[in-house]
Every structure is written in C-alpha cells, then in structure tokens.
Write a protein that binds this ligand. Structure first.
Ligand code: FE2
Ligand code: FE2
Length: 138
C-alpha cells in the first residue's frame, strides 16, 4: 500500500472525501499493477482511469470553491492544472518508453497527492470548517 487515507485529509465535504478515498485506492492499485510488472496495456488503462477520476474530482472541488466564493480558488486550481499536466506528461512518456521506472512513477504520484492533500485541500478544509452551511452533497 502506497498511500493511506488519514482523517486529517478530510475536507469536511462528504463527496470530496469520498472521491479522495477513491483516488487513493486507484493510485494504490496502479502501484500494485506496476509492481506486478503487468502488461503495458493494463498500466495505460489505469493511467487513463486515474486521469479521468482526477479531472472529475478537481472539477467537483472547484465547483464547491466557486459556490463558496473561496478566495484561494485561483491558486488551488493552478495546482490542479499543474498536477493534470504532469500526469499527461507521465502518460506520454509511458506510451513511448520501452521500460518504465515503476518505483519512480509511484513515488511521484505519492509525493504530489500527499502534498496537495496536506496543503491546498487541507486549507480548503479549514475554510469550510468556518462555514457550517457547506453546500449539500448530492
Ligand atoms: Fe484540490
Ligand atoms: Fe482534492
């Protein structure tokens, strides 16, 4: 297991927390696929799923931030864009590479997401904590 869910990651919006847990699961599964040295096809499919899941998740967070008039939206969104660009780069590299350094890839994913959770998402959590009237999650 590469990443572990921690309660401190909670941003106080059920739908966001749920997606964070799902993304952690997906990254852990990708990590296992890589470690198992399964076919390149499997890993490509995982990277594709991960990109889709992450894009959808970022869009959800941005919707919440917008509806709250969150003043750190621009910086937070910028970090989302940066992570998506980096993931697309990884996918390109992966598609063209003969061999991939699985350990390096896993480490990179872990570093980014733990960092994003601990900084941007945690900050969002603090702000939301001060707004008991958080938008309802449907
Ligand atoms: Fe975020
Ligand atoms: Fe997030």
């Amino acid at each position: 297991m590469l990443l572990n869910w921690k309660d401190e990651y909670s941003v106080g919006i059920e739908a966001v927390d749920y997606e964070h847990k799902q993304l952690i699961d997906l990254i852990n599964r990708l990590h296992e696929e890589l470690a198992a040295k399964d076919s390149k096809l499997t890993v490509s499919a995982f990277l594709g799923d991960l990109l889709k899941g992450i894009s959808a998740h970022f869009a959800l967070e941005e919707t919440f931030m917008r509806s709250l008039g969150y003043d750190r939206l621009a910086v937070h969104k910028e970090d989302h864009e940066r992570l998506l660009d980096a993931l697309r780069d990884i996918m390109d590299t992966f598609e063209n590479a003969e061999e991939i350094d699985a350990g390096e890839l896993s480490k990179q994913l872990d570093t980014w997401f733990s960092h994003h959770f601990r900084t941007h998402d945690a900050e969002l959590h603090r702000i939301l904590g001060a707004h008991p009237s958080t938008p309802a999650t449907t």
